[in-house]
Ligand binder design. Sequence first.
Ligand code: DOR
Ligand code: ZN
Length: 348
Amino acid sequence: MARELEIVRPDDWHLHLRDGAILKAVLPFTSKTFGRAIIMPNLSPPITSVKDALMYKDRISAACPDNHSFKPLMTIYLTESTDLMDIADGFSQNYISAVKLYPAGATTNSSHGINDFKKLYKVFEKMEEIGCPLCVHGEVVDPQVDIFDREHVFIDKILDPIMRTFPNLKVVLEHITTQEAVSYVKTSKENIAATITTHHLVINRNFILAAGIKPHYYCLPVAKREKHRIALLKAAASGSSSFFLGTDSAPHFDTHKESACGCAGCFTAPNTMSILAELFEQEGSLEKLEYFTSINGANFYNLPLNSERIKLIKETDPIEFPNKVFTGEGVITVFDPGFPVSWSVKSI
Ligand code: DOR
Ligand code: ZN
């Protein structure tokens, strides 16, 4: 059985870093191990212009430990009044790597997002022309639609019509949670890909709701039935170029999670690679881990692979991770996969 695995340094294609004290406290967990990350723009207020994105990038760079070589890949938050020339200029100058679409009200700080997708058709046309990826939070917000159905209804009612109108638009369907999303991406052309989070490969909805409510497993899209988790795991471990890691690591203070109306998000930055190695090993697919974490995403974004490598080492005993991170302004709980994890990560 493999005890060591050397892979190209991974990237995180969907990451929340927040700002201020949280940014400073959480960034080193990512920048230590990952070469690059697509940075989500849902700050409050959101990052809606290239100028805002560049200022945010400077704050991220300032918060990065000097001995980490990490490159934040910036995004802007699409609103119904986004200037398409700002996207075109920012993308052509490599200031932004993608644009993020939040349906209004779908998740944390999404109130400035989109109500009427038709209003974006000129923007989509431009993005299709220039090859700028659209990262999509794929859930409808219609209160009539059951929360467990919101992703597959979004694919049928919103995404598919967009793709029929803009067949070459580059789309990343973010943090997929259903077997319907896996099949949609698998049967689409290669301009549609999906990110999968670490936590959705570990938990199903019982983790959140059975034997007491567990707010630290609550995220959006919410975890679904076990058959969906298995479909996600098979897709990730297949090595298929359409699926890659986007952790959606989303830190919130415990006071905001452990609440009568708790925030959505799992904080997986500290232990993601160790958990993934454990899962891929259990699947008998350790040799596919590098495709999922280090190759497929870079290829989709037309970026070179990272030149550095990391080593994953299977220790004889399970590793201890901190279960809390202290930011000075509040405490953040680290995602607990619920099983022992013995793979440690070393930069080489
Ligand atoms: O669980 C989530 N948390 N899902 C999202 O889409 C947003 C994220 C956050 O920003 O907290
Ligand atoms: Zn997210």
